[in-house]
Design a protein around this ligand. Sequence first.
Ligand code: AMP
Length: 432
Amino acid sequence: MGKESLFRAVKGMNDLLPAEAARWQRLERSFAETARLHGYGEVRTPLVERTELFVRSIGETTDVVSKEMYTFDRHDESLTLRPEGTASAARAYLEHAVHGREPVTRWYYVGPMFRAERAQRGRYRQFHQAGCEIYGDRGPGCDAEIIDMLRTFFGELGISALDVRVSSLGGREARTAYRDRLVAFLEPRASELSELSRQRLVSNPLRILDSKDPGDQALLSGAPSIHDVLTEDDRAHFDGLRRYLDALGTPYVVDGGMVRGLDYYTRTVFEIRSDAGELGAQNTLVGGGRYDGMIESLGGPPTPAIGFALGLERLLLAMPSAGPEAHGTCFFAPLGDRATEVALGLARDLRKHGVRAEVDSRGGSLKSLLRRANGLAARLCVVIGDAEVERGVAQVKDLNEHTQDEVALDRAVVILADRLLGSAITAPGGVA
Ligand code: AMP
């Protein structure tokens, strides 16, 4: 390690260097493909929105809004780095009057989010979410489809030990009734609650269910369940969700104590957790649910909606480490100027076949060039010296097989591409 650098990244915000970024790219590609196959189109919104948008949609008394937002003033406006994606997507949906153009809209997004939380493994201040939103479908068919899509996606990524939890928070009516019941249950026991939960008893009683305090949890085990106060319609919706999940063969457990941290949820809520890989305590991979009231509360027409957000950092911690890249690198070790000319041309033509090729034209010794090829974990190393150029050949070392042979320069591109891609190559520009 060199001298300690003067500058360090902001706490809880991480650099991604190329080796790691390659895993990210693969994950983002497979998420985008999964979303595409389910009919979602990508939406990209700004990283910054008016603060009021988050206050209104996420809720003033949530942890995210009251404690964790990166907010600043510019030109007499209060702006905030987005702490999540749903509010921005809903804003864009309304701003572009998408509801007037199509009855059902399916969007997905991927990108960085910002929350000033206590940084730890799996919890960062700049983190990345991938999410989907469906507007215009009351469910519960699409609710079940989303949960099943996520479970299948995680399975394809090799993440095991999945724990799918579903619940219903009911609509506005049930939530108000439940809030009253919960307060009536907890008020006489307020002195036994933790200080934070005592505050929440006034500001946002439902959040008490989220308390990590063991004393609170013990007290809550006797509390009424939200499922006791669901209206008939809420109950029919929740029963429908469970029926569809059963039909799809998606395992889940009903968890009546799940409230999720954001205020906008109505009816279906769900989380998927896992104990796989290096996740540790922050083991919720994805959270989501319905927010049937949000679009209207932002000034739009009544529009049912559902969405989820998954944490990319957490998925990567849960995923088994990736195998080697499908195709290896072709490394060129030219010894001299003329050889470099030849190598640059061969590498360019090889790349047209989709082969990753790297020319080391620094002019080192054969030994140092081979060391570099091994350091890159290249599959083939093409050595060309003046004598080879004279004879119109190159020496090809297979660094996996530890073999070497001589290849004619005018056939080299086809032969090298064939070896690396494992299929017959006919002409430059096309793989047969
Ligand atoms: P939320 O938007 O809070 O419902 O979170 C949805 C998902 O985003 C979580 O299940 C995590 O996977 C991820 N997530 C939320 N907050 C963080 C954070 N601070 N750091 C890393 N991932 C996070």
